[in-house]
Design a protein around this ligand. Structure first.
Ligand code: ADP
Ligand code: C5P
Ligand code: MG
Length: 250
């Protein structure tokens, strides 16, 4: 099924934003989503209306391929490999990130872990922003996508901690049962982490040991993003002053 996910809008001719794009990779349950949430909160972006945010976070989950009926049956038993690069729609991910980099507003589906499907009823509208965080297990795997990032972070939490966090999360938040979570972990998640995710750590500019517990690393990243936002605000202010001055001359 083909979906037109972008409406091609820009922020308006005078205000085309090309954001600073940050990739956030790491194994399952390493704390990627939590780290992004903390960054947003510390920058005062989380409580802001999403149309006004200067920083937005997007998850790679929105770019899972849609499953066939047979694949869905497998997925319900923990027998589908969601950790293999082929599970993702690489082209759509690349095209969407390119549109975002060109300052377009894009619409992406949310992901429903309970049904293992994209939720086109609840589309997420990503408004042009100054900084975009893109997080997921394999965001550094695809070379074309990896090359788009201005900064690459890898959340590095040990495997025992990740498994201990994944099991309750998948049962409580993702509607799974213990047997299916453990079968999926041993059959697919762990081997795929070693084969596809872990080797991408070498591409990171910054490695965050212990994930969201690492408040020093998060503070440093927040400080860096804060400086990018301040520079963008000054540039935008100067642009507004220049535009106003030239319209007064006319
Ligand atoms: P990821 O997005 O990398 O899969 P999450 O941010 O969803 O990881 O974290 C996995 C689970 O562990 C979630 O239930 C989250 O609330 C919990 N979690 C994440 N970081 C911590 C932490 N530092 N201490 C305790 N629990 C955490
Ligand atoms: O948030 P996190 O990085 O853990 O999300 C990625 C994980 O979600 C993958 O390890 C994959 O096994 C799991 N997943 C799943 N069911 C889906 C889609 C992904 O268990 N339908
Ligand atoms: Mg996550």
């Amino acid at each position: 099924m083909e979906h037109n996910l972008h409406n091609g809008d820009t922020a308006g001719k005078d205000e085309v934003k090309s954001p600073f794009l940050i990739g956030v990779a790491g194994g399952t349950a390493s704390g990627k989503s939590t780290v992004c949430k903390k960054i947003m909160e510390q920058l005062g972006q989380a409580e802001m209306d999403h149309t006004q945010r200067q920083v937005v976070a997007i998850s790679q989950d929105s770019f899972y391929r849609e499953l066939t009926a047979a694949e869905k049956l497998k997925a319900q038993k923990g027998l589908f490999n969601f950790d293999h690069p082929d599970a993702f729609n690489e082209e759509l991910m690349f095209d969407t990130l390119q549109l975002i980099l060109k300052g377009h507003k894009v619409k992406i589906p949310s992901y429903d872990y309970r049904t293992n499907s994209l939720d086109f009823e609840n589309m997420l509208v990503i408004y042009p922003a100054d900084v975009v965080l893109f997080e997921g297990i394999l965001v550094f795997y695809f070379p074309k996508i990896r090359d788009l990032f201005h900064m690459k972070l890898f959340v590095d939490t040990d495997s025992d901690t990740r498994l201990a966090r994944r099991v309750p999360r998948d049962i409580n938040e993702r509607g799974r049962d213990l047997d299916a979570v453990l079968t999926q972990y041993m059959t697919f998640v762990k081997p795929a982490f070693e084969e596809f995710c872990s080797p991408t750590k070498k591409f990171a500019d910054v490695i965050i040991p212990r994930g969201a517990d690492n408040t020093v690393a998060i503070d440093l990243i927040v400080h860096h993003i804060g400086e990018i936002l301040a520079a963008t605000n000054i540039a935008q202010h100067n642009n507004t002053v220049r535009t106003a001055a030239s319209s007064m001359k006319r």
